[in-house]
Design a protein. Structure first.
Length: 116
C-alpha cells in the first residue's frame, strides 16, 4: 500500500453507491497533474463518514486534496494509448470550502479545530 496525497479537480459529481451488504460508500473521479504537467485520472472511493460527506458537498470542477491509500494502474483509451491512473481509498478530503471555513473560525475568534 502506498500512502499518498493528491490534489486536483473533481470530474463530475461524486455519487453514493450501496454494496451487497447495504453499506453505502462514495465514488468520485479527480483529474490531477503530475510534475511533467500531464493529466491523469484518480478513481476515488470513500467509506468513512467524514470523507464521504466532504465529497458529496463538492461539485464538478471544484478543487480538492485527498489523502489515502493509492494503487497505481494503467488504462487504454479509445485510440489505444496506454495512460496512467490511480485508485485512491480516501481517508481525508480537503477542499477550498474547508479552508474558507477554518479561516473564518480563526479570523472570527471562534474555536479553531486545534483548540477543540
Amino acid at each position: 500500500m502506498i500512502d499518498g496525497l493528491i490534489a486536483g479537480r473533481l470530474m463530475g459529481d461524486a455519487s453514493r453507491r450501496v454494496d451487497k451488504t447495504s453499506r453505502s460508500y462514495i465514488v468520485a473521479r479527480v483529474l490531477a497533474r503530475n510534475k511533467a504537467d500531464e493529466e491523469f485520472i484518480v478513481n476515488v472511493i470513500a467509506f468513512d463518514e467524514a470523507p464521504c460527506a466532504a465529497l458529496l458537498a463538492l461539485a464538478d470542477g471544484d478543487a480538492i486534496c485527498l489523502a489515502g491509500a493509492l494503487t497505481p494502474k494503467v488504462w487504454t483509451d479509445k485510440q489505444g494509448v496506454v495512460r496512467p491512473s490511480l485508485d485512491l481509498v480516501a481517508t481525508q478530503v480537503m477542499s477550498a470550502h474547508d479552508a474558507d471555513r477554518k479561516q473564518a473560525l480563526v479570523i472570527g475568534g471562534g474555536p479553531t479545530p486545534e483548540s477543540r
